[in-house]
Design a protein around this ligand. Structure first.
Ligand SMILES: NC(=O)c1ccc[n+]([C@@H]2O[C@H](COP(=O)([O-])OP(=O)(O)OC[C@H]3O[C@@H](n4cnc5c(N)ncnc54)[C@H](O)[C@@H]3O)[C@@H](O)[C@H]2O)c1
Length: 248
């Protein structure tokens, strides 16, 4: 039996990588979908794949999650179009890496605005439909560096550490309405975000991964599908690390 039959899920950053894999996994489990990316056409391929998999309904939205007004508008439209929202996945994220001494105001703000402010914008806008749902689920995609820190990623690590604290706070606020809020903290996943990294850096990371391989978007999608399902109904305010043992 598909585990998300009748559920409606909204996913940010659904154009590629982890967001696309989550959309496909949810489609496989029978969820209707609202796919968000910065431009409408960017979600075309994901939408097509999800329809082929059998998602009962797929909506597409162009949205920059940094704009709270736009987030309010899109959440309203998605809620009306899908007749509610049960699952929200804040997956949109960016990196602008540099050593602290060279980290510019612009690059610090850009990363915090998208990764942390963006998740706040979406979550605040989606509060009401989540509380109305019989099985409201918030799933925020952070990173292991939000717990460990990382040289050259002070802005990114701060945004992801903030996202973890934000999610735990939301879990406490919305628990009375039966909404769970959890974080997935991926390790090193092969996507566009990590494609440009120096092969030597990748080799170094690989040596640290207990399971001996880099992660795939599907590894994160499987965890998201689990947290969205009834099987995870008693799990909230948690950080699920999916890193192949990188940080063990
Ligand atoms: N790839 C990894 O190793 C890794 C590790 C840990 C955490 N993560 C996190 O997982 C999430 C997905 O990463 P990915 O590797 O698939 O990256 P990616 O670069 O392939 O995809 C990022 C997605 O976010 C969207 N996005 C960026 N800025 C946006 C904005 N302002 N408004 C709306 N959408 C926006 C992009 O369009 C894209 O769809 C991110 O939050 C990232 O920080 C990735």
């Amino acid at each position: 039996m598909p585990t998300l039959n009748g559920r409606k899920a909204l996913i940010t950053g659904a154009s590629r990588g982890i967001g696309r894999a989550i959309a496909e996994a949810f489609a496989r489990e029978g969820a209707a979908l609202a796919l968000i990316a910065t431009a409408l056409e960017k979600t075309n391929e994901t939408a097509q794949r999800c329809k082929e998999i059998g998602a009962p309904k797929v909506m597409q939205f162009a949205l920059d999650v940094r704009s709270s007004a736009e987030c309010d508008r899109v959440i309203k439209e998605a809620t009306a179009g899908l007749d509610g929202i049960d699952i929200v996945v804040n997956n949109a994220g960016v990196t602008k890496d540099n050593l602290l001494m060279r980290l510019t105001d612009q690059d610090y703000d850009a990363v915090l605005d998208t990764n942390l402010r963006g998740a706040f914008n979406i979550t605040r806008a989606a509060c009401r439909p989540l509380m109305k749902s019989k099985a409201g689920r918030l799933i925020n995609i952070a990173s292991v560096v939000g717990m460990t820190g990382n040289a050259g990623q002070a802005n990114y690590a701060a945004s992801k550490g903030g996202l973890i604290a934000f999610t735990k706070s939301v879990a406490k606020e919305l628990s009375g309405r039966g909404v769970t809020a959890n974080v997935i903290a991926p390790g090193f996943i092969e996507t566009d975000m990590t494609a440009g990294l120096d092969p030597k850096v990748k080799e170094g990371v690989l040596k640290e991964i207990l399971l001996g391989r880099l992660g795939k978007p599907e590894d994160i999608a499987a965890a998201a599908a689990y947290l969205a399902s009834d099987a995870a109904g008693y799990i909230t305010a948690q950080v699920l690390v999916v890193d192949g043992g990188l940080t063990a």
